[in-house]
Design a binder for this molecule. Structure first.
Ligand code: PMP
Length: 434
């Protein structure tokens, strides 16, 4: 007698099992869905603009793995490159031609910079950029902005106390006070706080690090004059400028936010899009600074997987694809913005909501417009987002599982898919209670 097949586990059952063996059941905290008041969906497969959960249900995906899949999920050309490279070797732990090709391709987008080091995550890229800046300048302090995220290395998990005069405060247990005491916090939307930070720490700030277009605490698009002044203040004070373009690199146009604003940072960190879903990130920088890295200089950085063949092969394919699409990119950005505009119009029929946007990045913010950064997300707004997110799941749309996270559009999101998403999302709005 044959045994009937066991039905596949549901997302709920999988999560319960996960919680037994993985802290909080997840490999990265936002995936636990705590900000949206439900438990995680388990996915089995992804293709184009869609995710498919373990029960086979299809979702239009606007989280897109938090940014890497600009070409959509598993595009054919990228899958082919992965298959070809897998047949030739996964990682050599040694030099290979693809890292040279990839470095040159990256530099095509940042022509005023000279060198690239490949690493495996945005966190690692930022850690290395900071170490380089410290090594180059002989200074220890770093200036970062409240509300900007730069990965989970110790010194950058710091938020502002009230005003720059106060000691920085760690956002995570386990980060020694001594480490964050070298992190100075200012407000990106307040030039006086930037000036005050430099005044309070004369000749001791190695670098100012900034997400030029912050996209980790909602989305804020600073004015050109504003960011230009921020860069000027840093340079006047002898600090290097690090643009953290882990999100914006190759997404906000081919030259990222750097090209968008036509500015000249000393170092740029990249990740997400350049890896197309594989672990790849990079530090791009001025030759004189980058040559401080071992083995030429004495700033140490290394990695068993750094620049590994699979990730480099994908990186090349992704960037070449973007260059092939160059003539259409501006038009595409406009189409994405039109989607976000339409989404805002339709959701606004039911409640007060903003959808700030730039190209293929958008943010759904329930509540009145916020002109400051970081923006205020009210308790009511959080509640509305949670309910909206859960209803969106029901209708087959997967949004970022947090009211602070932005959404991403890919080339695979056709006008029809976007239209369908708007129809569905309009049905998910809950009016504010007050
Ligand atoms: N910098 C920025 C601007 C990011 O958005 C992120 C990730 N969201 C990081 C750094 C860290 O990158 P990773 O998660 O690859 O370590």
């Amino acid at each position: 007698m044959s045994v009937p097949p066991t039905p596949p586990l549901t997302s709920k059952e999988l999560f319960e099992k996960a919680c037994d063996v993985i802290p909080g059941g997840v490999s990265s905290p936002v995936r636990a869905f705590r900000h949206v008041g439900t438990s995680p969906v388990y996915f089995n497969r992804a293709e184009g603009p869609y995710l498919y959960d373990v029960a086979g249900k299809q979702y239009i995906d606007f989280c897109m793995a938090f940014g890497p899949h600009l070409l959509g999920h598993s595009p054919h050309n990228v899958v082919r490159v992965i298959q070809e490279q897998a047949g030739r070797g996964l990682a050599f732990g040694a030099c290979h031609p693809k890292e040279v090709i990839l470095a040159n391709l990256i530099l095509k987008s940042y022509p005023f910079l000279q060198k690239v080091r490949l690493v495996t995550s945005g966190t690692e890229a930022v850690m290395t950029a900071i170490r380089l800046a410290r090594g180059f300048s002989g200074r220890d302090k770093i200036l970062k902005f409240e509300g900007c995220y730069h990965g989970h290395s110790d010194g950058l998990l710091a938020k502002a106390g009230s005003g720059v005069a106060e000691l920085s405060e760690a956002d995570s247990k386990g980060v020694p006070k001594s480490v964050v005491s070298d992190t100075v916090i200012a407000r990106y939307d307040d030039l006086n706080s930037v000036r005050a930070a430099f005044q309070a720490n004369p000749n001791s700030i190695a670098a100012l690090i900034v997400e030029p277009i912050p996209a980790n605490y909602g989305l804020w698009i600073p004015k050109y004059e504003h960011i230009k002044e921020v860069v000027k203040i840093a340079k006047e004070n002898g600090a290097l400028v690090i643009f953290d373009e882990v999100i914006t690199g190759f997404r906000v146009g081919l030259a990222g936010a750097t090209g968008f604003f036509d500015l000249r940072p000393d170092l740029v960190t990249l990740g997400k899009v350049i890896g197309g879903g594989l672990p790849l990130a990079a530090i791009v920088g001025r030759g004189d600074i980058m040559d401080g890295l071992a083995p030429l200089g004495s700033v140490y950085q290394a990695g068993t997987m750094a620049g590994n063949t699979m990730a480099a092969a994908v990186g090349i394919e992704v960037i070449e694809e973007l260059f092939r699409r160059r003539p259409t990119l501006l038009r595409w950005d406009e189409q994405c913005e039109a989607f976000a505009q339409e989404l805002e119009t339709r959701l606004s029929r039911h409640t007060t909501v903003q959808v700030p946007r730039l190209g293929s990045i958008f943010w759904i913010h329930f509540g009145p417009p916020s002109t400051s950064f970081p923006p205020e997300v009210t308790e009511e707004g959080k509640h509305q987002y949670g309910e909206f997110f859960r209803r969106a799941l029901e209708t087959g749309v997967y949004l970022a599982p947090s009211p602070y996270e932005v959404g991403f559009i890919s080339f695979a999101h056709t006008p029809e898919v976007l239209k369908q998403a708007i129809e569905r999302l309009e049905t998910c709005v809950v009016p504010a209670t007050k």
